[in-house]
Ligand binder design. Structure first.
Ligand code: HDL
Ligand code: ZN
Length: 412
């Protein structure tokens, strides 16, 4: 029988050495040029750090936004790393990235740190980052209604195979009647009141972009007020266009629920907050569409337990990640422990949500530590119950948590 120490070592090694398939990010390959964000100034101007800086500086929002990115980065570095201890998770993340890259921060000299990144070449740096993160692939967030991104899809022929696609459709579900104009400009005969051929044209839009992107899933983030079904255009477009197409193409529909957008517009991307969402709508969505597959993550900590229970009720529902304001060690541990106890291996503990390439280094380093800690406790409990724990079992669990549960769900 393996000892507790052996079990803990096996788990730590398996979780650390097993490559992760990161199922939700905002990353782009080097061929998307300016859309691929990387390096210290992008790390420092990540919207999480902007929100934290604006709490501690007297610089006005207007003055901050009028600065160029390098000046913004300098203000953030001075405020959060020099004038205060960088103890928040987002600050700690920057330091973990630098440490893993072997960049010396002992003199806390941003100029010196910048010199390391100035020597990196984007394509090669992608290899370095994926290796340090032990990441096999990431899933992007691809929005065909974003004119800049669309431009790249219309010009780039093939992309780095480590970057998988996801078709993100927030405007198509949430922005009626305005989105009708955007669809019409692209040649789809859509009317703001969904009349005429609009639904058929929305289906054509979805099919065209599924053909072009070959996405692993279709995704949308939803507000805490989202209800299903209701009398809204969101429900009509979901029921009459999105879900039938997703079913036909065997694509999961991923909902990320609980974002209250722009509670402080002066913070721009950092201006979104969280609200408690309606789990009954998730039950009705999954039960009402048994031939669709759904992925779901919810933003409010208060929703995490009921979502894990919902996953027990609907085999077509895959729960994933500790999203955004939940991506903090104290909450990741609570959620991962709760989910392992309720769902065994049938959930995906984490996604990075990385916006800056280098972030996958820290987001996975930090989460792997917690996943391993909880998983080791669970295996020690099994041994205590007389179960003969093997290294192969542990390796299989690590592979399921870091890629297998997701990939098998896609294939089902
Ligand atoms: O809607 C989303 O996918 C969220 O993840 C937002 O992009 C958010 O701004 C974010 O970056 N969270 O980590
Ligand atoms: Zn995201």
């Amino acid at each position: 029988m393996a000892s507790e120490c052996e079990i803990r070592n096996w788990v730590a090694k398996a979780v650390e050495q097993t490559p992760v398939f990161d199922l939700h990010t905002h990353l782009y390959p080097a061929s998307f040029e300016k859309l691929m964000l990387w390096g210290i100034d992008e790390l420092l101007t990540y919207h999480y750090l902007i929100a934290e800086t604006m709490r501690l500086t007297d610089v006005s929002y207007g003055d901050f936004w009028s600065m160029d990115k390098s000046r913004q980065a300098e203000l953030i570095w001075q405020t959060l790393f020099i004038d205060h201890a960088p103890i928040s998770e987002a600050c700690r993340g920057v330091l973990t990235v630098l440490e893993k890259l072997g960049v010396d921060t002992s003199r806390r000299d941003l100029g010196k740190i910048r010199k390391f990144f100035a020597k990196q070449k984007p394509e090669k740096y992608v290899d370095t980052v994926f290796k340090l993160a032990n990441c096999s692939a990431v899933v992007m967030t691809n929005d065909p209604l974003d004119p800049v991104e669309r431009g790249y899809w219309e010009s780039v022929s093939r992309i780095d195979d480590r970057f998988k696609t996801a078709l993100r459709i927030d405007p198509v579900l949430l922005n009626w009647p305005k989105v009708a104009d955007q669809l019409s400009e692209l040649g789809y005969k859509a009317k703001g009141n969904l009349s005429g051929k609009t639904i058929a044209e929305v289906r054509r839009f979805l099919e065209d972009w599924i053909d072009r992107l070959d996405p692993l899933y279709v995704a949308c983030s939803l507000p805490p007020t989202w209800r299903y079904p209701d009398k809204s255009f969101t429900t009509r477009v979901l029921d009459e266009a999105v879900l039938p197409i997703a079913r036909e193409r065997k694509l999961p529909f991923a909902i990320m629920v609980g974002v209250t957008r722009q509670v402080n517009p002066q913070l721009k991307l950092a201006g979104d907050a969280v609200g408690k969402s309606d789990i009954e709508s998730v039950h009705r969505l999954c039960a009402g569409n048994p031939d669709n597959k759904f992925m779901c993550t919810m933003l409010a900590r208060e929703n995490t337990h009921e979502l894990a229970v919902a996953a027990r009720k609907h085999r077509n529902l895959l729960v994933f990640g500790c999203w955004w304001f939940l991506n903090n060690p104290s909450i990741i541990e609570e959620m991962t422990r709760m989910r392992m106890e309720l769902l065994g291996e049938s959930f995906v503990p984490q996604h990075s949500d990385a916006r800056v390439l280098d972030q996958i280094i820290y987001k996975w380093s930090h989460s792997r530590q917690i996943i391993a800690k909880v998983m080791a406790d669970k295996y020690v409990d099994l041994a205590a119950a007389g179960w003969k724990v093997t290294r192969q079992d542990i390796q299989r669990t690590a592979e399921n948590f870091l890629s297998g549960t997701f990939t098998k769900f896609l294939e089902r």
